[in-house]
Design a protein around this ligand. Structure first.
Ligand code: KG4
Length: 339
């Protein structure tokens, strides 16, 4: 019988320090230390503070993941770690931890692309079906990724400026809502009406996105109304913004499936927790032969289980890195083999 692979995953690209253990593809532990409460005070992630907290927490999180899994480091077959994209200082903490363990325990080191992780998080629910369209919507990225098969990534559409999550967070801040803004806007929009007229940018027929104009339009409208002394109905503003922001995703996804053969659509990244996006994407493809895979909320937030999951596939390809490997804060998913 083939030995079941044991993978340690490490993730530190933004504001979650996470370690996880998988064995034979099954998740044994998934330890996460979230920094959200600290960054909330500043209305967004403070990169320097994020790095320092990762440094303080990574050993404890690793210890928790190993204990929960009942696995010793000697028993791990490989160490998979997020190499990018993300905050440079934050990424360095994870990769240094991984390199140190790799050196001491003589284990292969596997650099993992963070967004590949978000896509592969769906494999904990059911196997991915190819060809698939991954709708990657997060705080730092907005991409449509086409996958013909495992570990084949083609970016067929991407944002030309801000990421969708970034626009949710900035709009929330202007409306006086707490960080992370996406959750607050999602909640408020449920009781709001689409009453504010906002622009729908980028009508170039491509599969690309643009969120900076939409974000600026909300900021300007809020300031104009404030100056005129007119009341801003926050719920309605949240709903109007969310409709346009999510509408752009739905529009590009509908176009993409006309251009590419797709068996399954998977949502990935923090914004895939958005209830309106989830509801609308299911509705859009109801009764078609395209399956829509909606990840449970725990899969949408940053975690190391997803990094370990990609690590298993990369292990089979022997995509191991030398100890000289470094992070890449703007690593493209198509270059996942280049490090
Ligand atoms: O994937 P993620 O944890 O960060 C990156 O790796 O980039 O995503 C975080 C983003 C934040 O911008 C947050 O506001 C957004 O996901 N988010 C949401 C929701 N929950 C989190 N956006 C819209 N609706 C939500 N329910």
């Amino acid at each position: 019988m083939e030995k079941e692979l044991v993978i340690l995953g490490i993730e530190s690209s933004c504001d979650e320090t996470a370690c996880a253990i998988t064995k034979g593809g099954k998740l044994l532990s998934n330890a996460i230390s979230s920094q959200i409460a600290v960054h909330q005070k500043y209305g967004g992630v403070m990169p320097e503070i994020a790095s320092r907290l990762h440094l303080e927490n990574v050993a404890c999180v690793l210890d928790e993941a190993l204990k929960e899994a009942g696995v010793r480091l000697e028993e791990v077959d490989a160490i998979a770690v997020t190499r990018g994209p993300g905050l440079i200082g934050a990424l360095h903490v994870g990769i240094q931890a991984a390199k140190t363990l790799s050196l001491i325990y003589d284990k292969p080191l596997i650099p993992v692309h963070h967004l590949a992780g978000h896509i592969y998080a769906n494999e904990f629910i059911k196997p991915l079906k190819f060809p698939l369209l991954a709708v990657v919507v997060s705080g730092g990225n907005t991409e449509l990724v086409y996958m013909k098969e495992h570990l084949s990534f083609e970016i067929i559409g991407e944002t030309k400026d801000d990421a969708i999550g970034e626009s949710f967070d900035k709009v929330a801040r202007v409306l006086g809502l707490p960080y992370p803004g996406g959750i607050a806007i999602d909640r408020l929009a449920k009781s709001g009406k689409h009453t504010y007229k906002l622009p729908t940018p980028l009508h170039d027929g491509s599969l690309n996105f643009s969120y900076s104009g939409l974000k600026t339009a909300v900021i300007n409208l809020k300031h104009t109304l404030d100056q005129k002394g007119e009341e801003v109905v926050i719920e309605d503003m949240a709903k109007s913004f969310q409709d346009v922001a999510v509408g752009m995703v739905l529009d590009r996804v509908e176009k993409a499936v006309e251009l590419y053969p797709v068996k399954e659509i998977v949502l990935a990244g923090g914004v895939s927790a958005n209830s309106y996006l989830r509801e609308q994407i299911v509705k859009t493809f109801e009764g078609t032969n395209i399956e829509v895979n909606i990840p449970p909320i725990w899969c949408t937030t940053d975690n190391a289980a997803m990094i370990a999951k990609v690590g298993e596939y990369l292990y089979k390809e022997k995509l191991f890195a030398p100890l000289s490997v470094s992070v890449d804060p703007s690593w493209r998913i198509e270059d996942f083999k280049k490090f």
